[in-house]
Design a protein around this ligand. Structure first.
Ligand code: PEP
Ligand code: MG
Length: 574
């Protein structure tokens, strides 16, 4: 048996086959052929097309009735592949221009895509993404590369990747992914957040993982201890089977708390909100166990697509969320693009330090049309429920005032066009230390704040939250971070303004206790943490949490705090 260490970011134990995920990238250059090669190149294209068609038919069949939307998209892809106009064009490029098959396919698809890009019809423009997909599939088949895609896995696997992009994790088929192992990514990276919300065991930061494991080999992912095991003896396998079963039983037991009302033993109602990052049915069904949405990461709307979402599309999506959470508050965070979140539909500025660059609100200021479109959609949707608008990456009072001016402008544009809109609360994420320090002033300027502990920790400690090499430096209970958090909670409470926490600390067992002790009453977290946090809330008193928080404030290291609060919870049987 061999064992490799990593950072366990989403708990669980599973045994399964390795699936190494390397997204295919076609590399195409202009290559000309001789007359004598024409027949061969035509044949190559024909074979690639047949192979692509076979893949699509198989996939479509496997989707069947279970996912009719995806099956319909695959049907459209088959139509594109069979389109005689495309065949003709590719043939012409090979025979007349003497392009090789690869270049001819690429050039033909690009030509058709270019034509569609000029059409001002949204439905037709949506075909562009489909065409790009079919182009990629055909080129991959021509290269003889197997399909690698996390949304179309056909058997349960443990995914191993260098890194996963937010678009990879957002589209992965959660029933088929038993575990996730990556070479990069820290505990608050987006891969970690998604893995936790899908309840998929994940270990990030396993050095050279792509070289260590072989496709198809059996491994154990122990995302409690942070070990990946290979070459497993039968005895070990049985031990881990048992460990996996026990973990699942305990998780099931904790799940009993999912539906309880989160009231402390001394009668204080704590509001448990959800962080959501999509509007899938599964995600919206979770509404029943929560008091609302504490963080709606709206950026997913912009990612993995070829054109920006327009006002109408956004209006419909925000309304859908408000309807799913009927009668509850939904906090919509305006787009947080930049940092590690890139866009396919737009070239963003290349920067030396993207996390310190034009990210989130700064990007919205740089592209006012995109910002105003989002604000108008949100204001219109607010007619249908209790929508609050929140700005990410706020650094100064200037940022707050400037962002509020955009809201006023959006309202004016709607009024001028006689379009109805609802009233909204305006708030900020406190995730840059500067704004945490001047929380007293900020509280006067906004209706609410939500503390983004993931970035607040990153920026306070100057530690890249994505870099697993820095795991030891990313100290989530660092006294300096806790001091900033306490200041924000106290200042907002004093001003009578709402304050919550939507960073990972809100759904953290120890963190939630410290935060309640600081006076926080609104926690927002991924669905996977809800049961555990409700269990803690209902088994503790506010007096207990205050005592714990006071003691924590007298401590000087993260490790000391972690050991102390762990001990306190253990003593209470938690
Ligand atoms: C945070 O920074 O704590 C946060 C909630 O935002 P995100 O993780 O999306 O950056
Ligand atoms: Mg953040």
């Amino acid at each position: 048996m061999k064992s490799y260490k990593g950072n366990p970011v989403s708990k669980g134990v599973e045994i399964g086959k390795v699936y190494k995920y390397v997204p295919y990238h076609a590399s195409v250059g202009e290559e000309l052929i001789e007359e004598a090669q024409v027949a061969d190149e035509l044949q190559k294209y024909g074979d690639a097309k047949e192979k692509a068609l076979h893949e699509l038919n198989r996939l479509k069949e496997s989707m069947g009735k279970s996912d009719q939307d995806k099956a319909a998209i695959l049907g459209a892809h088959i139509e594109i592949l069979k389109d005689p106009a495309m065949d003709q064009q590719i043939g012409k490029f090979i025979k007349k221009k003497m392009y090789n098959a690869k270049y001819a396919i690429d050039a033909s698809y690009k030509m058709f895509i270019g034509m569609l890009e000029k059409v001002q019809d949204d439905l037709i423009r949506e075909r562009i993404a489909d065409m790009k997909d079919v182009r990629n599939r055909t080129l991959r088949c021509l290269d003889g590369e197997p399909e690698k895609n996390l949304s179309t896995l056909s058997e349960p696997v443990i995914v191993i990747a260098k890194d996963l992009l937010p678009s990879d994790t957002a589209s992965l088929n959660r029933k088929m992914v038993l575990g996730i192992i990556t070479e990069v990514g820290g505990a608050t990276s987006h891969t970690a957040i998604i893995a936790r919300s899908y309840e998929i065991p994940a270990i990030l930061g396993v050095k050279n993982a792509m070289e260590l494991f072989v496709d198809g080999e059996e491994v154990i992912i122990d995302a409690i201890a942070g070990n990946v095991l290979t070459q497993i003896e039968e005895e070990i396998r049985q031990d881990y089977d048992k460990k996996s079963r026990i973990f699942k039983e305990q998780a099931l037991d904790t799940k009993k708390y999912l539906h309880v009302e989160p009231v402390t033993k001394d009668g204080e109602r704590i509001y448990v909100n959800l962080n959501i990052g999509s509007t899938s049915e599964e995600e919206l069904e979770h509404a029943v166990v929560s008091d609302g949405v504490g963080l709606f990461r709206s950026e997913f709307l912009y990612m993995g697509r070829d054109k920006l979402p327009d006002e109408e599309e956004q209006y419909k999506i925000y309304t859908k969320v408000l309807e799913a959470f009927a009668g509850k508050t939904v906090i919509l965070r305006t787009m947080d693009i930049g940092g590690d979140k890139k866009l396919d539909c737009m070239e963003l500025p290349v920067e030396e330090n993207p996390f310190l660059g034009k990210r989130a609100l700064r990007l919205s200021f740089a592209y006012p049309d995109i910002f105003l479109t989002q604000l108008k959609a949100a204001l219109r949707a607010a007619v249908n429920g209790d929508l609050w608008i929140m700005f990410p990456m706020v650094e100064s009072m200037d940022d707050i005032r400037r962002a509020k001016q955009y809201v006023e402008q959006a309202k004016k544009e709607l009024s001028d066009a006689c379009v109805p809109y609802g009233s909204v609360k305006i708030g900020i994420m406190v995730e840059i230390p500067s704004i945490a320090v001047i929380a007293e002033q900020a509280a006067k300027e906004v209706d609410f704040a939500s503390i983004g502990t993931n970035d607040l920790t990153q920026y306070t400690l100057a530690v890249d939250r994505m870099n697993p090499e820095l795991g030891d430096f990313y100290q989530k209970y660092h006294p300096a971070v806790l001091k900033l958090i306490r200041n924000v909670i106290e200042q907002f409470n004093k001003a009578g303004k709402h304050v919550g926490v939507c960073g990972e600390l809100g759904g953290d067992e120890l963190g939630s206790v410290i935060l309640m002790g600081f006076g926080l009453r609104q926690l927002s977290m991924g669905y996977a943490s809800v049961a555990q946090i409700k269990k803690i809330i209902t088994n503790i008193t506010i007096e207990d949490t205050k005592g714990i928080a006071d003691n924590v404030c007298a401590m000087s290291t993260s490790a000391e705090i972690e050991a102390y609060v762990t001990g306190e919870l253990k003593a209470k049987g938690l």
